[in-house]
Design a protein around this ligand. Structure first.
Ligand code: NAD
Length: 434
């Protein structure tokens, strides 16, 4: 009789090519997964389980457009791994959404939730559409139809979406409402990132930047550096970048440079971050802000500063500019700002990297708090949310450092090892239903 079992004595990487080309941040993420899995000496069967998404859903979303015609959009939801709890991850509306990208982002969420030890698995979703060319009514109808399409997966105990690229608290409110209509009662805990007035959490909007501030302070202490007077350069001045900059300045750091898509501004004496935020509020971008010298985004990355905080795009620190990076600490506010190739160069130079899956996990941590508060039906003061966030981020940072020392690996590898170790432990203890 033919033996149809897969070989279990060697690790097979069947989906390697699905994760796109080498410089792609998602490929970078999976190559780091492989490195960590090798170091953890994962059993081959378990490796195969953790490298495959649990569930991929593709739904057609017929939507009535304002002109009376029906358009059919494609919606995707991927649950990567739920061994530690309900799947958690954002929903994006974008023309570039693909199943591969959503799958990779869902894996990323799995490791991020595990590294901060919140009881969630990882998920991601997306709808292929151009939201900037759609009316609010069209977006609402699309959101509701997409929600109906994936409703059997959604739920506070199974899959909890959040905002992501081109979605916001309004979209979350529509998802919550649609889900609640189908369940015949209001279920606030089915999504996070909701408006505060209807079950959202105080502190959620600032959570990612606040988390970056907490781990940066921990890294400074870890390296024996003082917070006061520490020089910081921040790339990207949106939600994460501007809030990180403002909170670090409040702690006594000197924010010497910030940038956005229009370029950057440098002031060796330190920028007045509130003034810069005010400028951007009125002018939309940093362009024209005159209280400093103009610099390019590339120049910002190689400034002689203590802390570099990339909070804009992926793949900005590469093998090309990593040799020129002069910062002592990199706090990765953005997802995937450093390529896998640049990791080795930064390690060689002794740069202390706070990896993205920890550095920007403040957002998902407060999403977890929002879910907890919704389930309790009791809401915390903002000070309590912030204090609990600090406790989580500080504990996770310390666990990461201990893990890195114990296994004699860099912080990025340690973050992946710690995350995969946790997911692997739960999977092993539960047993593989195979
Ligand atoms: P945002 O849209 O609010 O801000 C993005 C900023 O980056 C803007 O200032 C924009 O001008 C700037 N930018 C865009 N292109 C640029 C370029 N080529 N060079 C320099 N700057 C450029 O986005 P955000 O929510 O602050 O997210 C930033 C990063 O953080 C993303 O990688 C995101 O995935 C990640 N992140 C965000 C959160 C969150 O809660 N917002 C959580 C985790 C990770």
């Amino acid at each position: 009789m033919t033996d149809l079992r897969l070989p279990t004595n060697t690790i097979v990487k069947p989906d390697k090519d699905r994760f796109l080309h080498e410089e792609n941040p998602f490929e970078g993420m999976m190559s780091r997964f492989d490195k960590a899995a090798d170091l953890l000496d994962l059993e081959p069967g378990l490796y195969k389980v953790l490298r495959k998404p649990e569930k991929q859903i593709i739904v057609a979303c017929p939507t009535m457009m304002d002109n009376g015609e029906i358009e059919v959009f494609t919606g995707i939801r991927v649950l990567y791994n739920t061994s530690r709890g309900p799947a958690k991850g954002g929903i994006r509306f974008d023309m570039n959404v693909t199943l591969d990208e959503v799958t990779a982002l869902a894996a990323w969420m799995t490791w991020k939730c595990a590294v901060v030890n919140v009881p969630f698995g990882g998920a991601k979703g997306g709808v292929i559409c151009d939201p900037l060319r759609m009316s609010a009514g069209e977006l609402e109808r699309l959101t509701r139809r997409y929600t109906a399409g994936i409703i059997n997966t959604l739920g506070p105990d199974s899959d909890v979406p959040a905002p992501d690229v081109n979605t916001n608290e309004r979209v979350m409110a529509w998802i919550m409402d649609t889900y609640s209509m189908h369940k015949n009662h209001t279920v606030t805990a089915v999504v996070t990132g909701k408006p505060v007035e209807m079950g959202g959490s105080l502190g959620r909007r600032e959570a990612t930047g606040r988390g970056c501030m907490f781990v940066t302070k921990e890294a400074l202490a870890h390296l024996g550096m003082t917070v006061k007077g520490t020089t910081v350069a921040v790339q990207g001045f949106g939600n994460v970048g501007s809030i990180s900059a403002r909170l670090l300045a409040r702690e006594g750091c000197k924010i010497v440079a910030v940038s956005d898509r229009t370029g950057g501004v440098y002031n060796a004496s330190g920028l007045d971050v509130d003034d810069v935020i005010n400028w951007v509020k009125h002018h939309k971008t940093l362009e024209g802000y005159a209280k400093g010298e103009s610099i390019t985004n590339d120049e910002l990355l190689t400034l002689d500063v203590d802390v570099l905080l990339p909070a804009a795009l992926e793949n900005v620190i590469t093998t090309k500019n990593a040799p020129k990076v002069r910062a002592k600490i990199i706090c990765e506010g953005a997802n995937g700002p450093t390529t896998a190739g640049a990791d080795a160069i930064l390690e060689e130079k002794g740069v202390f990297v706070i990896p993205d899956i920890l550095a920007n996990a403040g957002g998902v941590t407060v999403s977890y708090f929002e879910w907890v508060q919704d389930r309790m039906g009791y809401f915390w003061q903002e000070s309590e949310v912030n204090a609990r966030l600090e406790e989580k981020m500080v504990a996770s940072f310390n666990e990461l450092c201990h893990y890195a020392e114990k296994h004699n690996v860099d912080t990025r590898t340690a973050a992946y090892m710690l995350a995969i170790d946790r997911v692997a432990y739960d999977t092993r203890m539960r047993g593989i239903y195979a």
